[in-house]
Design a protein around this ligand. Structure first.
Ligand code: PMP
Length: 312
């Protein structure tokens, strides 16, 4: 079952803050009919110590959103700084003292017919919900390789978090769950491993960290970039971006997913083949620990990745 959302009281909609239940669009909206929206998913972690919500890599998420607007000809009134302030303001207004998830969406708001992009009016909206763990991050996940292929960049650009492209993710995740797995791994049309339904993938082989390259129809995850940097700087690991064949996964020492939602989630089996010894591996565990210290603001060195929103 999809998770129920507990939202903050207010949403940003059509240029202002209004009660979330009043933030509604027409059934004739272009984005509703054609999937012409793009969005971000941003986490905030509650730090008891600082009595604040720490929004992780807020600037990087907004940067990705704003850049991707170009691909879909999205033009909105709000600037980078406006979007940043809206995210912060909604977290403040939510009053939540726990993990939150911020969802800015830029969407084709016009009530017009025809799947065009250029010249169709766009708007920004945004809401905040409470969010704990999106998937199991302790025991390790049992996953399968999907029979669905990942969208190719020349079909629906995978580097864009487009609302419509999540049909691809939903098909793979649903198939996996119906077959008794927790998650799916996508291959691209060339048969190489690319990512999970909403997360990037890493494998550990002989002490090296390997992940598919950004040219292989992946969403270039902000968590992926974080993991690469932390692995290099904190663990001195060699990180390689290269195509990964399906069967390489079966013989890997460790596999994990990462993403804003997934965080750092170990994989314990793929297609019913046990990875390593079936337990989350030592490198995965270490990266998990470093990652959570960083997002919870416990590591001073990376505090600049967190935007502090004090709780009242
Ligand atoms: N791939 C896909 C398809 C996703 O939806 C996500 C989640 N945004 C990711 C990867 C991970 O990206 P990020 O670390 O930026 O959340």
């Amino acid at each position: 079952m999809a998770a129920t959302m507990i939202p903050g009281k207010y949403a940003y909609f059509e240029g202002g803050y209004i009660p979330i239940e009043e933030a509604k669009i027409s059934i004739m909206t272009h984005a509703f009919n054609y999937g012409t929206g793009l969005f971000e998913g941003i986490r905030g972690y509650y730090s008891e110590n600082k009595n604040a919500i720490l929004i992780f890599k807020l600037n990087e998420h907004i940067d990705r959103l704003v850049r991707n607007c170009k691909i879909l000809y999205m033009e909105i009134n709000e600037t980078f700084d406006d979007i940043r302030n809206i995210c912060i303001e909604l977290v403040k207004k939510s009053g939540f003292r726990e993990g939150v998830y911020i969802r800015p969406i830029v969407y084709k708001s016009e009530l017009s017919l025809g799947p065009l992009l250029k010249g169709v009016e766009s708007k920004l909206c945004c809401y905040v919900i409470k969010l704990g763990d999106y998937c199991d991050i302790n025991a390790g996940l049992d996953v399968c390789v999907s029979s669905w292929r990942r969208l190719e960049d020349n079909a629906i650009p995978s580097r864009v978090k487009a609302t419509g492209s999540y049909i691809n993710s939903a098909l793979a995740a649903s198939e996996a769950k119906q077959a008794g797995f927790s998650e799916a791994i996508f291959l691209n049309e060339n048969g190489f491993v690319v990512e999970g339904s909403a997360m990037n993938i890493f494998m550990v082989l002989n002490g090296e960290l390997i992940t598919p390259p950004r040219s292989d129809s992946i969403l270039v995850g902000i968590t992926r970039n974080t993991v690469i940097e932390l692995a290099r700087k904190e663990l001195g690991l060699n990180v390689i971006e290269r195509p990964i064949a399906r069967t390489e996964l079966y013989v890997a020492d460790e596999i994990f997913f990462c993403g804003t939602g997934a965080q750092v989630a170990p994989v314990k089996s793929i297609d019913r083949r046990i990875i390593g010894n079936g337990e989350p591996g030592p490198i995965t565990r270490e990266l998990q620990k470093i990652y959570f210290d960083v997002v919870l603001g416990k590591n001073e060195k990376y505090l600049h990745w967190c935007t502090l929103v004090p709780c009242e």
